[in-house]
Design a binder for this molecule. Sequence first.
Ligand code: NAP
Length: 325
Amino acid sequence: MSERIDIAVIGAGPAGLNAGLYAARARLAVAVFERGSPGGQVLTTSEVENYLGFESISGPELAQTFETHARNSGADIRHFVDVEKILPATDPLVGHEIVTGEGSVFAGAVIIVTGASPNKLGVPGEEQFAGRGVSYCATCDGNFFRGKNVAVIGGGDTAVEDALYLSHIVGNVTVVHRRDELRAQKVLQERLFERSNVEFAWNSKLGEVKGDDISVTGIALTDPDGNSSTSIDVHGVFVAVGLKPNTQVVPDGVKMEDGWVITDQRMHTNIPGLFAAGDIRQNALKQISVSVGESAVAATEAGRYLDEIGWDTVGIKVDAEEAVS
Ligand code: NAP
């Protein structure tokens, strides 16, 4: 017989782990499915300085803190489990089917928190040199470029944080931005402008990544219209030009706009029992604090939904000692 749980959470970034925490504290049987390691994008962030209560904490450390808290509260975190698809319930009391590589699980409610991934630029050489000089994660790959010159493409929070992080490791960083003003938070911009080994190529776009048989040797830059090419010598190119939603497991029929999932204010999608929160949603701000807040709403609403449909709760057993403390 297939396994039955109360709430399935798809994705174990901050939104997923917090949904797990809230559902477990409501004593609902909740499983958080994650195809990789728990943490999401926080894992690839060097320092987090804008999550209340932590003036400065490394991304991996914060991710570990989130995971430990969710797990200790009773959330069943299943990492390295690939969710292949979600089949929305035809009978709400049977539940939604979560099809994984390890079999199917039926859940009364599903919270989709699969987040977003870095965009690619699609310029010549980008794909060819991916992993050989082109990177989408400064904290993962920065050390390969110790003492060398690199470029960061983009002007948002990610690009500026990447440039700050890399400036401690590499020789020189050139930030390539298509306008003459950064989009990133002012506090990060101020810090970046003070770095002596950071230069800016304003009003410039990446035209091409050049290299030899082994790795990247330079990049060609163009003006915003794609004209007048100039070249700079770099060994690494860090692309940080925004995010695209990870919607692979979002079932057909879920309302989306420009690829982002639409929910109401209480995180309900248009399919009963299916909720979404965090970066995958069409929301105003992609931040840990926003993801965590939205997922608290989603988990609470999922619990209410189960009550409303008269779901026969599986629940989590709590030992007497813990219940008293
Ligand atoms: P973002 O804020 O969307 O910024 C993307 C940057 O890439 C922009 O500067 C944009 O230029 C540029 N860009 C986009 N498409 C481009 C193209 N085709 N060619 C050249 N440049 C291009 O993305 P992000 O920095 O990855 O951040 C994503 C979200 O996560 C944001 O909401 C951000 O605030 C959040 N985030 C927060 C933190 C933090 O709070 N510590 C850290 C990282 C990310 P324009 O400015 O001209 O549009």
